[in-house]
Design a protein around this ligand. Structure first.
Ligand SMILES: Cc1cc2nc3c(=O)[nH]c(=O)nc-3n(C[C@H](O)[C@H](O)[C@H](O)COP(=O)(O)OP(=O)(O)OC[C@H]3O[C@@H](n4cnc5c(N)ncnc54)[C@H](O)[C@@H]3O)c2cc1C
Length: 508
C-alpha cells in the first residue's frame, strides 16, 4: 500500500475505480475485495485500439476476451452494478471519470504483459502520481515485481501464495455507474476475422466446467496423452485461455486440484488409475505458468532480445518473407508441421509439444528469428500470454543459454504423435489418400501428390547446420560465463537441477 493510499483511508471513503484487466471474475478477486472494503466501486474495462493493432494481438484473442468481458458485465449487472466499458486509452477514461467524480483511488491487479502494456502501466502510474491519485496494484499470480528477485525460495513462495484462502465475493458492493457498458465487436476496433473456426467458450461458467471436466473426467490420461495433438485436445486441461482472461484464478485451479488429489488418495490403490501421476504433473505445469512469467517480469527486454545476449543477431531477418509465409500458412511441404499449423489456425490452440516442434522447425530448419515466427504463433494462440510465450519461444530456439538444445524432427514427430495419420490427413486434405511413410514423407513418392508443395528446406541438412552454429557459440568461454549469470537470475531451482548445475556448469 502506498503512503498516499493510507492517507485516503483516514478521510471519508472516496470512490475506487477498479480497473479490470485480465482478471475477469468476481471470485477470488483481491482487488475487488480491497476496493469494496474501502467504499464505492466503479468497475472499468478499457479496450485499447492501439493494443489491438500490435503484431502479437489478433481477432481471435479479442473474440474470446470479448465474451469474457460480456460475461462479467452481465454478472455485475445481476448484482445491481454496471461495468463501465471505454474504448480509447486508459488515461482518457480516467480523465473522464475525474471530470465527473473528482478525486478517486485506482485499484488493479498487477499485469505481466508485453512491452506495450508495460509502457502503458508506467504512463498510468505517472498520470496518477501527477494528480495525487492513489494507485494500488495487487498480485494475482505467483509472480513478484522487481528485477533483482532471488529465485532461491520462489517455489515455496508460490505454494504459500496459492494456499491462501480464496477471497469470497463481497456481499454488499456499493457500485457506481459511469458511461457506456456496451462491449464493441472485433470489427469496431479494426480487427477482421482471422480464420478461427472453433473458439473455446469464454466466461466463468465455461471456465468452471473446463476445470471440473478435466479434474474428474478428461484428465486421467494427461501425462501420456498431452504429447499428441490428437489425444491432447481432450486430455489437456484447456485452461490456458481462461487463465489469460482471468475467468478463474490460479489459486482456484490449484486448490481444486489439491482437493481432487485428496479425494483420489482416499480411494483404494487399484481404483486410483492414472490420476495420481496426472494431477502431480498438472500441478507442476501450474508452477511453470508463473515460473515463465516471472522471467519476463524480471527482464522485460527478453520479449525482443535473447536471454543469452551472445546469440543476438544469430538468425538475421531474411530478405524475403517466403519461408515465414509458408510456415504461417501451413505450406512447408512437411505434412505434420502443416497439419499442426492449419489446426492451430482453425482452433487457436495446440498442445505444448507441437508448439515446441513448430518453434523448433521455424528456428532450426528455417533459421528464422524467433521474434518473427513468435509473432505468427502469438497471433494464432487464443491463449497468447507474453510471459510464457516469449521465454518459451527463445528456449525452443536455443537462445536462453541455460536449457538443453532440443531440435524436433518434423518427420519423426508425425510418426510418433499421429501414428494412424488421421490428424495429418484431416488437416492436409491434399494428402487424403496417403498413409504411413507416403503420408509423412510424400517427397519420396515417385509421383508426389498434386497441389501439395515440395519441402521448402531439407530437414536433415538444416538440422545439422543449425546444431553446428548453435554449439559453436555455446561452447565458448563467454557463453559459459553468461549462462552462469542467467541461471542465477532465471533458472529453476529444483534440487536435482541445482545439483546438476553445480556439476556441469550452468547448463540447467
Ligand atoms: C513456443 C511456445 C509458446 C507458448 N506460448 C504460450 C502462450 O502464449 N500462452 C500459454 O498459456 N502457454 C503457452 N505455451 C505453453 C503451453 O504450450 C500451453 O500453456 C499449453 O499448451 C496450454 O494448454 P492447456 O491449458 O491445455 O495446458 P495444460 O497442459 O493443461 O497445462 C495447464 C496450465 O499450465 C501452464 N503450462 C502448461 N505448460 C506450460 C509450459 N510449458 N510453460 C508454461 N506454462 C505452462 C498453462 O497455464 C496451462 O494452461 C507455449 C509453449 C511453447 C513451446
Amino acid at each position: 500500500m502506498t503512503k498516499a493510499a493510507d492517507d485516503t483511508h483516514a478521510s471519508d471513503p472516496i470512490l475506487t475505480v477498479l480497473w479490470v484487466k485480465r482478471d475477469l471474475r468476481l471470485e477470488d478477486n483481491a482487488a475487488l475485495c480491497l476496493a469494496a472494503a474501502q467504499g464505492p466501486v466503479l468497475p472499468l474495462y478499457v479496450i485499447e485500439p492501439d493494443y489491438w493493432a500490435l503484431e502479437d494481438t489478433s481477432y481471435r484473442q479479442w473474440a474470446f476476451l470479448r465474451g469474457a468481458v460480456e460475461d462479467l458485465r452481465q454478472r455485475i449487472s445481476d448484482r445491481g452494478g454496471q461495468l463501465a466499458v471505454h474504448t480509447g486509452t486508459v488515461i482518457d477514461a480516467l480523465e473522464r471519470i475525474r471530470a465527473a467524480h473528482g478525486r478517486f483511488r485506482l485499484m488493479a491487479h498487477m499485469e505481466t504483459g508485453n512491452a506495450w502494456t508495460f509502457a502503458r502501466d508506467t504512463a498510468v502510474r505517472a498520470w496518477c502520481r501527477a494528480r495525487n491519485i492513489p494507485i494500488e496494484e495487487v498480485q494475482q499470480y505467483g509472480v513478484w515485481r522487481g528485477r533483482d528477485l532471488s529465485r532461491n525460495a520462489w517455489s515455496k513462495r508460490w505454494d504459500a501464495m496459492m494456499s491462501e484462502p480464496l477471497r469470497t465475493v463481497p456481499d454488499a458492493i456499493r457500485w457506481v455507474s459511469f458511461g457506456d457498458s456496451r462491449v464493441p465487436e472485433a470489427e469496431e476496433i479494426g480487427l477482421s476475422h482471422d480464420g478461427i473456426r472453433q473458439l473455446q467458450t469464454p466466461g466463468r461458467a465455461a471456465a468452471l466446467d473446463t476445470l471440473e471436466t478435466f479434474l474428474h473426467q478428461r484428465g486421467a490420461p494427461y501425462q501420456k496423452a498431452m504429447s499428441s495433438p490428437v489425444t491432447g485436445e481432450t486430455a489437456c486441461s484447456r485452461l490456458s485461455v481462461h487463465l489469460v482472461a482471468g475467468s478463474l484464478s490460479m489459486r482456484e485451479i490449484y486448490q481444486a486440484t489439491l482437493a481432487r488429489q485428496a479425494e483420489i488418495a482416499e480411494l483404494p490403490k487399484e481404483a486410483r488409475g492414472l490420476w495420481p501421476g496426472a494431477l502431480r504433473s498438472f500441478i507442476g505445469r501450474l508452477h511453470w505458468h508463473c515460473h515463465f512469467m516471472q522471467k519476463l517480469e524480471a527482464e522485460p527486454e527478453i520479449e525482443h532480445l535473447p536471454m543469452a545476449r551472445i546469440y543476438e543477431g544469430l538468425r538475421p531477418v531474411p530478405n524475403d518473407d517466403s519461408l515465414l509465409t509458408a510456415f504461417a500458412t501451413g505450406q512447408t511441404g512437411y505434412p505434420f508441421v502443416d497439419a499442426c499449423m492449419r489446426y492451430l489456425g482453425a482452433t487457436g490452440w495446440i498442445n505444448f509439444r507441437m508448439r515446441a516442434m513448430l518453434m523448433s522447425f521455424a528456428s532450426y530448419n528455417l533459421w528464422l528469428p524467433w521474434q518473427q515466427s513468435g509473432q505468427v504463433l502469438a497471433r494464432l494462440f487464443t491463449d497468447y500470454e507474453p510471459g510464457i510465450h516469449w521465454p518459451q519461444s527463445q528456449m525452443q530456439s536455443g537462445e536462453t543459454g541455460i536449457n538443453a538444445v532440443r531440435i524436433y524432427s518434423p518427420v519423426k514427430q508425425g510418426y510418433d504423435q499421429d501414428p494412424t495419420g488421421t490428424f495429418t490427413r484431416d488437416w492436409v486434405p491434399e494428402l487424403a489418400g496417403l498413409d504411413g511413410a507416403d503420408l509423412q514423407e510424400p517427397w519420396r513418392l515417385d509421383t508426389p501428390p498434386e497441389g501439395y508443395p515440395a519441402p521448402i528446406v531439407e530437414y536433415r541438412s538444416t538440422t545439422r547446420a543449425a546444431k553446428e552454429r548453435i554449439y559453436a557459440l555455446r561452447r565458448t568461454e563467454e557463453a559459459r560465463e553468461e549462462a552462469a549469470k542467467i541461471f542465477d537470475k532465471h533458472g529453476s531451482r529444483k534440487p536435482r537441477q541445482v545439483r546438476r548445475q553445480a556439476r556441469r556448469g550452468a547448463d540447467a
